[in-house]
Design a binder for this molecule. Structure first.
Ligand code: 4FM
Length: 220
């Protein structure tokens, strides 16, 4: 899976070099191609934004620089996504769907916005990561890359995928590790029993109980 990320701030994506996503990149399971929109600026001062027609605060990203950056990476099979609060909210179903793509282009805006004409021209799918306003699409793009990459073959071990929250519609059961007693609190006895049937039954009950108590809106 290749993620092409169009952004004015490629250095914001450094966190993706760490941990599981960093390893997936090193192992060639995913590829992250950062495209600096500023590289496609036409003028000698490398301007990428200008004041809004009609007046108002802030700056608007020029359409031509975004379009040229887009054209430098787009392929017939590219899935193009614009991260914006105006989009449909990302959920686990959408994440799984996107994990089947081969080539994804993520467009990150910043400042007051991107000139609407290049959005109308490219017609990307609009996705939001939640109902709050950020300073740009970079953090949402990282959220999408992280959540989607987990479903790419070879990024996680199979077990973690099947046992996790949402894969079965329920939240996760609680986890425990050593020490057996922490601040007077003991690890649930069943987990020390070695009886895997009982352990599985207990975990299912806990997952149901936690889902009902904390997120009754999930599942049913
Ligand atoms: C997006 C600022 C585009 C400027 C943003 C531009 C967001 C969200 C978000 C801010 N994106 N989910 N929530 N973007 O707040 O996706 Cl030009």
């Amino acid at each position: 899976m290749k993620f092409n990320i169009l952004t004015l701030f490629p250095e914001m994506f450094k966190p993706l070099e760490e941990s599981i996503i960093g390893r997936a990149t090193e192992n060639g399971k995913i590829e992250i191609n950062l495209i600096n929109i500023r590289d496609f600026s036409q003028d000698k001062h490398k301007h990428v934004d200008d004041t809004p027609y009609g007046g108002g605060a802030g700056m608007v990203i020029k359409p031509d620089v975004v379009y040229d950056a887009y054209k430098s990476v787009e392929k017939p099979n590219s899935k193009v996504i614009y991260l914006t609060p105006q989009g449909k909210t990302l959920n686990q179903k959408k994440v799984v769907e996107l994990s089947k793509e081969d080539d994804i282009i993520l467009i990150c805006g910043h400042y007051e916005g991107i000139d609407q004409r290049v959005i109308d021209k490219i017609q990307p799918e609009e996705i939001s990561i939640g109902d709050y306003v950020l300073t740009g699409g970079e953090l949402p793009a990282m959220v999408l890359v992280d959540s989607v990459s987990r479903y790419v073959d070879g990024v996680l071990n199979e077990e973690s995928i099947n046992e996790e929250s949402f894969s079965n519609g329920f939240l996760e059961y609680p986890q425990y590790t050593r020490p057996e007693v922490f601040e007077g609190m003991k690890v649930p006895e069943v987990l020390l029993s070695g009886n895997h049937q009982n352990i599985e039954k207990w975990r299912k009950e806990k997952a149901l109980e936690i889902t009902k108590a904390k997120r009754p809106d999930l599942n049913n």
